[in-house]
Write a protein that binds this ligand. Structure first.
Ligand code: SF4
Length: 62
């Protein structure tokens, strides 16, 4: 499962970077997926980050 952050929706709470720091970083006021970690959508911490993202900006897709 792929994970991406929709920057147009993210409002920069940084919660994803705290919840799953090996996958998400916080850069320039936005949550981003770290390079090489786009295939981490099956990681339970990533799923939790997606569920708890306050703006629903984290997208999980096949
Ligand atoms: S948790 Fe959601 S709103 Fe907060 S930085 Fe991450 S993607 Fe953006």
């Amino acid at each position: 499962m792929k994970v991406t952050v929709d920057r147009g929706v993210c409002y920069g709470s940084a919660e994803c970077a705290h919840r799953a720091p090996s996958v998400f970083a916080f850069e320039d006021g936005y949550g981003v997926v770290r390079p090489g970690r786009a295939d981490s959508g099956d990681d339970p911490r990533v799923r939790e980050a997606a569920e708890k993202c306050p703006s629903q900006a984290i997208v999980l897709a096949e």
